[in-house]
Design a protein around this ligand. Sequence first.
Ligand SMILES: [Zn+2]
Length: 248
Amino acid sequence: MIRNPYTDAEEVPELDVLAVAAHPDDVEQTCGGTLIRMAEQGYRTGVLDLTAGDMGSRGAPEIRLQEAEAAARVLRLRWRGNMRFPDARLENNIAARMSLAGEIRRLRPRTLILPYWEARHPDHYRACELGYEAAFLAGLRKLDEATPPHRPYKVIYSSLYADVRPSFIVDISRQFDRRMEALLCYRSQYGTQGGAADLFPSEQEVRERLAAVARFYGQQIGVRYGEPFVVKEVLCVDDIVAMGVRSF
Ligand SMILES: [Zn+2]
């Protein structure tokens, strides 16, 4: 299921939602609950990881790709791919933008989820920049005459890693346990075995941290667990009587 776009000429499904992330296990921590919920609502969801995490202290890239594939099943994804761009030194250059634009044209997502544009890890903000610029390029007819142009209708930014006020929060109370199960598919990254145990959080620590963060966002909309997003455009409301999130 994990495809390398450079070598696999497989048929890809058209998607409703595509999340682009820097590393395998990013979406499992930031927007996985939303992806599960959208799949449960009948949408075709997918993830395109830009790197295989080959600079990580633990877990060879091939192991992380296997883990990502197991996580994809838990997340109920239709498709997951990996661009195999260099980890920890992700570059926004023309070659990377063109390859990513090609994938966006093949997958034709209506909604694109990108990491928030400011981050501690350079790969995260670079993934945002790259994703945005590739999505723009993907809409240019002359980019590649062989594939029809496609530009996502909506770009939303997953802001869980960032200390910013969300534009909206998705209730993932019923998806939270499954998202945790997806994250724990990355056996090489969590737990107390193997090298660098002092640098890697234990499973219990990961569970507590994720629950606390999801609870923090859930509480802001009056539910148990939530995932935050930022949008650049204002939101449109059709019915002010049916609006959620109580004021008092
Ligand atoms: Zn990451």
